[in-house]
Write a protein that binds this ligand. Sequence first.
Ligand SMILES: Cc1ncc(COP(=O)(O)O)c(C=O)c1O
Length: 408
Amino acid sequence: MTRLAPLDPPHRLLMGPGPISAHPRVLRAMSAPLVGQYDPFMTDAMGEVQALYREVWATHNEQTLLVDGTSRAGIEAAIASLVRPGERVLVPVFGRFGHLLAEIAERALAEVHRIEVPWGQVVPVSRIEEEIARVRPALLAVVHGDTSTTMAQPLDELGAICEKHGVLLYADATATLGGNVFEADGWGLDAATAGLQKCLGGPSGSSPITLSERAADVVRSRARVEAGIRETGDAESADFVRSNYFDLGMIMAYWGPRRLNHHTEATSMLYAARECAAVLLEEGRDTVIARHEVAGRAMRAGVEALGLTVFGDRAHKMTNVIAVEIPDGAPADVVREALLDDFAIEIGTSFGPLHGRVWRIGTMGYNARRDAVLTTLAALEQVLRRHIDVPVGGGVEAAADVFRGAGA
Ligand SMILES: Cc1ncc(COP(=O)(O)O)c(C=O)c1O
C-alpha cells in the first residue's frame, strides 16, 4: 500500500455560503482527548451544551440538544419525529432549502403543500396565514435564511399565527443562527434546527436543535424504545417514529436523566459544538449578530463599489451572505478558480435558477472580520480586472468606510 504523507490541507479563506473557516478555538477543542460515553466529564459537557445553546437560541426549552450529523440530520429528526404519516405539512419555498424541507416531509409520508415564490423574494406573511387557514396543516416548516438565494424569511409573526390555528411551527436556522436576530421563544417556535458550519464558526457535523414542550409532547406521544434497551413500563406507540436514528424520543432520553444508550455521542463534534457556543457567548450574542451585520454590509458596499449588482429583495436579506450577479464578460468559474488558485479564497456558486447567474460571498462566523472582507474584495478586484474594467481600490475603500463608520 502507498504510504501517504500526514494530512496537510491548504489554508483557505472560506468566504462562500458555508462551510466557513472554523474558529481556531473550535479546532483545538476537537483535538481534545476522548472520554467514554458516560464519563462524568462527558455527561457534564452534554449538560453544558444544553445550557449554552438555550442562550444561543434564546429559549428556556428543556429539550435543547444536539443531533449527530450535518444540519439536514437535525431537519430530518425534527420533521420525522413531529409529523405522522398522512399529516399535512405546509412549506413556504423561496429557494433550494424550502424544497429540501418539502422533500424530507414527503419522505416522512406527509401530505406536503408548498407556497412558492420566485427566488430572490420571501413569502408574504399574509399569504402564509391564508394557506394555513386553507390547508390546515399539522406543521408549518419554514427556512429562516435560505443560502441559495440569501433571503431571510421574517418569522416573528408566524408563532402567533400558528398558535391561533393550532399548527406546530418549525424553522431551519442552519444558515442564520448566531449571525442574525433569532428568538426561539420570543417568536413562538416549536422546533428549530441549525448547523455549526455557518455563523457558529465550526465544522459541519453536529446539528443543534431546540423543541418547545408542545413539540416534545408530540414526540413523547410517539415513543418507542428499541428492543435490547427497552424496559418494563416503556410505552410503545403504534404511531412510532419511522426512523430509528432520528427518533427524537430516544435522543431526548439519551440527553435526559435516563441516559438511554441510543447512539454513541460524536464526542469531538460535541466538543466543537460546545466551543462554538462558548466563543459566541463570550463575545456576546448581540455583539456577534452586530458583527455579522457590519461585515455583511461592508461586503455589499465593496462589491457594489466594484460595479457589481447584489441579487434579491434588499429588505429581506440575510446579514451573512450575499449573492452577486456575475457581470457580462467575467467567466463565472474562471473567476472562482483564480480566487482559489491565486489567493486561496473560496466563494460559492449557486443552484437551480441562479446557477451561473450569481456568486455567493459569505461573511460569517470566524470570517465575519474586517481583514477577511478586505482581503476578499482586494483579490476579487484583481481577478475581475483580468476580464472587465473595475474601479481601482474602490471595493476595499467602500468596505473599509463601512467598518470605520461602525467603529470596527
Ligand atoms: C438553510 C440551509 N438548510 C440546510 C442546509 C443543509 O445543511 P448540511 O449540508 O449541513 O446538511 C444548508 C446548507 O447549506 C442550508 O444553508
